[in-house]
Structures are given as structure tokens and as C-alpha cells.
Design a binder for this molecule. Structure first.
Ligand SMILES: Cc1cc2nc3c(=O)[nH]c(=O)nc-3n(C[C@H](O)[C@H](O)[C@H](O)COP(=O)(O)O)c2cc1C
Length: 331
């Protein structure tokens, strides 16, 4: 890349803002974006230094988050009226350069793409109980299709035995994390104005069938009487891929974001329970017992949020995540 000091193109800023709205484990935002020339192309890079070192040593969750950011970029390109052309891992010697997005022919956004673009801003992660209204089966079928189009499988876990197995694996992983001082500190450091806001952690982590992250150490101080009973759990699902290499993690991230946006557009939000996927032995048990050999990438609950969220999880501004030919953008 040549080094210039031009201002960023307006399209690049638009795309960077869209990328930033993606979910990432504990709001780590492990990405940066680069504009090639002046609105000629747009790159998605992994910022490996921002991943959770203990929880995500291989960077799998960080790459999934970048895949979600890439999907937002693709939708934002469509919203501008162009077709994106995506090269995954375009530079064989640079595994942190995750994707290059070029812009080709003009073609208006479809109604579905407009729906997904509109959901970007209000999609958010839920924690704690969902409302009583179940997620409708036709919507679940559509979410399955949204994930499939991106090369992943969204599997609803409704069989009681399978649900019990998954709940046990999540509980074992969460108990292991809670007992590990290093993990506890790593997680606690993510709470606050640059990570997950305190408002987002106030729900008791043991309120639903799947144990949640104990960001504030609430489980050490208070027990919930209905621990793990299942009220308000919503629909439990696992997203998986046929293989488990970096391109598969990127595909999983794009599939995740596509189905999250589609769900949000239909007033359904997701809660994440990825703890067992961070411990190789538990992830292997989940793979054998639940996903028929496909590699589990994300564990979710889906449901209707009982009350509208009155706060939001902040993001780094586009100025911090967009570089113009290797140089941070100047305004
Ligand atoms: C791969 C991945 C794993 C995640 N795991 C968890 C989790 O185990 N517990 C949790 O509460 N949130 C989890 N999240 C959600 C993030 O905390 C959330 O996306 C981030 O705080 C930004 O908030 P937002 O999604 O509301 O924009 C995960 C997100 C991703 C992409």
C-alpha cells in the first residue's frame, strides 16, 4: 500500500461505521479497516491485540466478530447501491488481512437487504430472561435459511435430552471460568464504558436454562431461587460450520450477523453462551453430542426482549478503526 495523507472517502467512512456495529465477544471490537486509494476498495483486518488472550487464544471468536463486521460492510455496500466483491484472506502471507471488499456494478438494494441494513443500528445482545412469547417457527425456518446462505448451519436445540446436554456443557464451562482467577480478571476488565456497560451485566447470570457470563461477580453474592429452571430461556440454537479453519470462522461470523440482523428486523434478539466453545474438551463433546460432527462456532438463545433496552453498548469511533493506506484517517 502506498502512503498518502488524503482524507478518507465518504464511502469508506460509511462502511467503517457499519463494520463497527457488529457484535464481538465482550465488545472487544478486534478489527480495523483500511481504505484502498480513494473509495477503490475496503479491507477488513484482525486487530489480534484486542482479542481475549485467555478466553480466545487462537483468535477464533475474534475472527468470527470480524466476519460479522464484514457482513455489515457487505450490506452497507449494497445500501450504497453497489455490488460487493469479497476476497477472503486475499494475501496468503498475512493471515490478519481477513477480507478485501471491492465495489462493482450499480444495482439497487433489494427489500431484504434494506431490511437487514435497517436492523444494524437496533440489533443488540440481550442478557437474562426473554419474554414469554415464543419465536415463531416460520421465523426460525427463515433464520436457518439466512445462515445456510452463508455456509453455516443454525440448529435449534429443542429435544429435551439435547437441551440438557447443552445446558450441562455451558454450566461446566461457566463454572470452570468462574473458578479461574485469570478468566475472572480478564472478564471483569471488559466491563465499563469501553467494553460491556454495567447496565448490560445487571441480569443475574443464572436466571435462565443456559448459564451466562458473570461479569459483575453476582453469582458469588446472590443465588437465584429458580437457578437453571428455564423460564424466559427462549429458543436455544447452535451455529456450526463443516470445517474449522480461518475461512470457516469468517463464514460463521457472516452467517451469524446475517441471521442476527434478520432476527432483529423481526423483533427477535439473541443472547450468547459461547463458554463451552472456549474449552477444547467441552467443545469436542458438544460437537459429538449435538452438531453431528459439524464444528460449533456460537451458542445462542433467541427471543423477544421484555422491555426495550434504554442504553447501548458503545463502539470506538470510525477515526480509530479506519486507516487510509496504512495511516489513521485525518479529519
Ligand atoms: C463470538 C462472540 C461471542 C460472544 N460471547 C458472549 C458471551 O458468551 N456472553 C455474552 O454475554 N455476550 C457474548 N457476546 C456478545 C458481546 O458481548 C456483544 O456483541 C458486545 O458486547 C457488543 O454488544 P452488542 O452486541 O449489544 O452490540 C459474544 C459475541 C460474539 C461475536
Amino acid at each position: 500500500m502506498s502512503v498518502t495523507h488524503e482524507k478518507p472517502g465518504r464511502a469508506a467512512l460509511h462502511l467503517a461505521r457499519a463494520g463497527c456495529l457488529a457484535p464481538s465477544a465482550h465488545n472487544t471490537q478486534p478489527w480495523f479497516f483500511a481504505e484502498e486509494g480513494h473509495d477503490h476498495g475496503f479491507e477488513v483486518h484482525l486487530d489480534g491485540g484486542r482479542r481475549m488472550l485467555l478466553t480466545d487464544p487462537l483468535g477464533r471468536e475474534a475472527v468470527i466478530a470480524c466476519g460479522a463486521a464484514l457482513f455489515n460492510v457487505r450490506i452497507a455496500v449494497r445500501h450504497l447501491g453497489f455490488r460487493p466483491v469479497v476476497d477472503l484472506l486475499p494475501q496468503p502471507g498475512d493471515s490478519a488481512h481477513l477480507a478485501r471488499v471491492g465495489f462493482t456494478t450499480h444495482s439497487p438494494c433489494t427489500p431484504e437487504e434494506t431490511l437487514l441494513a435497517g436492523a444494524m443500528i437496533h440489533r443488540h445482545t440481550h442478557r437474562g430472561r426473554f419474554g414469554a412469547e415464543p419465536v415463531a417457527q416460520p421465523l426460525l425456518d427463515e433464520l436457518h435459511e439466512q445462515a445456510r446462505v452463508e455456509g453455516a448451519t443454525l440448529q435449534v436445540i429443542d429435544d429435551p435430552e439435547q437441551l440438557e446436554l447443552l445446558a450441562d456443557l455451558v454450566r461446566t464451562a461457566e463454572d470452570t471460568h468462574r473458578a479461574d482467577f485469570g478468566h475472572t480478571v480478564e472478564l471483569a476488565r471488559r466491563v465499563g464504558p469501553y467494553g460491556v456497560p454495567v447496565e448490560g451485566c445487571r441480569q443475574h447470570p443464572d436466571a435462565t436454562r443456559l448459564a451466562g457470563r458473570d461479569y459483575l461477580g453476582l453469582a458469588r453474592r446472590y443465588l437465584v431461587p429458580s437457578r437453571g429452571q428455564g423460564g424466559g430461556t427462549g429458543t436455544v440454537a447452535v451455529l456450526s460450520t463443516p470445517y474449522d479453519r480461518r475461512p470457516d470462522w469468517l463464514r460463521a461470523g457472516q452467517a451469524l450477523q446475517r441471521m442476527l440482523l434478520y432476527a432483529a428486523a423481526h423483533d427477535v434478539m439473541a443472547a450468547f453462551h459461547t463458554q463451552p466453545l472456549e474449552l477444547p474438551e467441552l467443545r469436542a463433546r458438544l460437537r459429538t453430542g449435538l452438531t453431528a460432527g459439524r464444528h460449533p462456532q456460537v451458542v445462542l438463545r433467541l427471543g423477544h426482549v421484555p422491555q426495550p433496552q434504554t442504553w447501548y453498548t458503545p463502539r470506538r469511533p470510525a477515526t480509530q478503526v479506519l486507516v487510509h493506506d496504512d495511516v489513521p484517517v485525518r479529519w
